[in-house]
Design a protein around this ligand. Structure first.
Ligand SMILES: C[S@@+](CC[C@H](N)C(=O)[O-])C[C@H]1O[C@@H](n2cnc3c(N)ncnc32)[C@H](O)[C@@H]1O
Length: 275
């Protein structure tokens, strides 16, 4: 299973594709600013806006050591390190993502604050109670063993540590169509309902402080991006196209339709390991 997921995300030439996209945008491909990277390195629904919302939810403190589970090419980790002065450790199953994440982090001069490890979120190479907070953005859809994921998150958090999740949850109605941005076929897609997510976190020992659906925000973001495209501009979020190339059009169309029909629902969760 891990191989299918790694293959889904691996391009082999991701850094070169990113540099070409940046050059086409008129940005410096070798020393891009965080703003120039944002359409590409925030690989989740609503891009940087969702990361800003997650930060507002958890309010990280300078010096906190945070864990980013399924850290992709590192946009959320670099944003939290730069904006709040946190230290952030990322873990991701896809080696190419960790390599590109490390390279971009060096370019941004954040290597003393942000590091990345190749690994599986259900069996993490970190000690007990190592982190002040943990977050994961659009990752658990690829993880069948949710109990294993939540058990590991609980283990590596300090007592009183927070957990923030930005997820795509199963809604109602027929099975969704594939490919989607997170899975080529149903075989590597493991969506939980919001109720199952809440229950799984509680069973792992977390207190669930909030679980909100962010559908209205997703619709608003989509409408703004479409308006920009209608005026001849580029979509606000370009990570799926960068990573998946030609198949991205179908993947994004399937996921937009599933969202519009309520077959999937974006959610944001805040939980806490009791002190
Ligand atoms: C849609 S991307 C999101 C990346 C990043 N969170 C972001 O928002 O920019 C999903 C990521 O989850 C990672 N992933 C999937 N299953 C994983 C697992 N079991 N352990 C660690 N990472 C995993 C993938 O390699 C991919 O980088």
């Amino acid at each position: 299973m891990s191989d299918a997921i790694r293959n889904h995300y691996t391009r082999g030439d991701l850094l070169q594709r990113l540099q070409a996209a940046l050059a086409e945008d008129g940005a410096d491909p070798l020393q891009p600013t965080a703003e120039a990277l944002a359409p590409y390195d925030q690989f989740h629904g609503r891009g940087l806006e969702a990361t800003e919302d997650l930060a507002a939810l958890v309010q990280p403190r300078p010096g906190d050591h945070l864990l980013d589970v399924g850290s992709g090419i590192g946009g959320p980790a670099r944003y939290l390190a730069q904006r709040f002065g946190c230290r952030v450790t990322g873990i991701d199953l896809t080696p190419e993502f960790c390599e590109v994440a490390t390279q971009l982090t060096r370019q941004q001069g954040l290597q003393a604050q942000v590091d990345f490890h190749v690994g599986d979120a259900t069996s993490m190479p970190f000690g007990d109670a190592a982190f002040d907070g943990a977050y994961s953005m659009n990752v658990s859809m690829n993880i069948a063993d949710k109990a294993g994921l939540y058990r590991e998150l609980w283990r590596v958090l300090k007592p009183g540590g927070w957990l923030a999740l930005s997820e795509i949850a199963r809604g109602s109605g027929p099975e969704i169509d594939y490919p989607t941005p997170w899975a080529a076929t149903a075989a590597s897609s493991f969506l939980s309902t919001p109720a199952q997510t809440r229950q799984g976190l509680i069973e792992a020992g977390f207190e669930v402080l909030r679980l909100d659906d962010t559908l209205d925000k997703a619709r608003d973001y989509g409408a703004r991006s479409r308006a920009i495209v209608a005026q001849g501009g580029k979509p606000m979020h370009r990570a799926v196209m960068l990573i998946h190339g030609g198949v991205a059009v179908q993947a994004m169309a399937n996921s937009s339709r599933a969202t519009a029909e309520g077959r999937v629902v974006p959610i944001e969760v805040l939980a806490r390991k009791p002190a």
